[in-house]
Design a protein around this ligand. Structure first.
Ligand SMILES: [Cu+2]
Length: 266
């Protein structure tokens, strides 16, 4: 059965409910169509079964009634097609654009940057100043995988974690998603978010976690031999827990960045 069970994973973000409603609606509609169609099919099988003394008759309609018959047979198709078009126009597009086209305009968002690479995620927190410190490719090093320039003023309160994301509950997090090498995809099932990370692009995304707990980050884009190991944890905590964690981590951050030798361009 696995950790996610038979049904959908726990819904832990503000938009998870909208995504789930769409999934349930489509499944319910498909089930309804399957049952109705199956029942109709069985009815026809029984009604027109082969019996002694009964023979198939092909009725030859005139041209006009033939065309009417053909049109009538399209009624179920038209019904299903209108349902699907309505689903796309009135449900899927509005929900998708609410999630993907812009972030909610909140006063005090948590700002972070997630950088994918073969094979892990670096999570870079802007800290209370809300400003992400600059990254420099000549500073990329095993001890500084994103090349954060610790000398810059904006970096003073920045925290960088490997494969660990912490978010305060009920607060909007604005995330820039990047990749250092190939295409990855940040997938957090409980948040119902899956977003490709493209090398050379900064992709904005947002999450408002609504449940505390520990969830899984996986890479949803086959990105190399250790793709399946490209995992991390998300901890959704209360604001107090988050602040305590942040202060603790901040104390362990190096004051300066040593120059590295890697020359990844991102
Ligand atoms: Cu990956």
């Amino acid at each position: 059965m696995g950790k996610y069970g038979w049904s959908l994973p726990v819904a832990a973000s503000s938009y998870a409910g909208s995504i789930d409603f769409g999934i349930w609606l489509i499944h319910a509609a498909m089930l309804g169509i399957f049952v109705l169609w199956g029942a109709f099919f069985i009815y026809l099988l029984v009604k027109y079964r082969a019996r002694p003394g009964v023979q198939a008759v092909r009725e030859d309609h005139g041209p006009a009634s033939g065309r009417m018959g053909e049109l009538k047979s399209l009624i179920p198709d038209a019904f299903i097609m209108s349902f699907e078009i309505a689903l796309i126009v009135f449900y899927a597009i509005p929900v998708w654009s609410r999630i993907k086209m812009s972030a909610p305009d909140v006063k005090d968002p948590v700002r972070l940057e997630v950088v994918g690479e073969q094979f892990g995620w670096s999570v870079h927190y802007a800290g209370p100043d809300g400003k992400l410190g600059p990254r420099r490719q000549d500073l990329v090093h095993f001890s500084n995988p994103i090349g954060l320039d610790r000398a810059a003023a904006e970096s003073a309160d920045d925290v960088v974690m490997g494969n660990e994301m912490r978010l305060p509950v009920d607060r909007t997090a604005l995330i820039d998603l990047l990749s250092k090498d190939v295409i990855h995809s940040l997938f957090i099932p409980e948040f119902r978010i899956k977003q490709d990370a493209m090398p050379g692009m900064k992709i904005p995304m947002w999450i408002k976690p609504t449940k505390t707990g520990k969830f899984e980050i996986t890479c949803a884009q086959l990105c190399g031999f250790a793709h399946s190991l490209m995992r991390g944890d998300v901890f959704v905590q209360t604001q107090e827990e988050f602040d305590a964690w942040y202060q603790g981590r901040l104390a362990t951050m190096p004051a300066t960045a040593k120059p590295g030798s890697a020359a990844e361009d991102f």
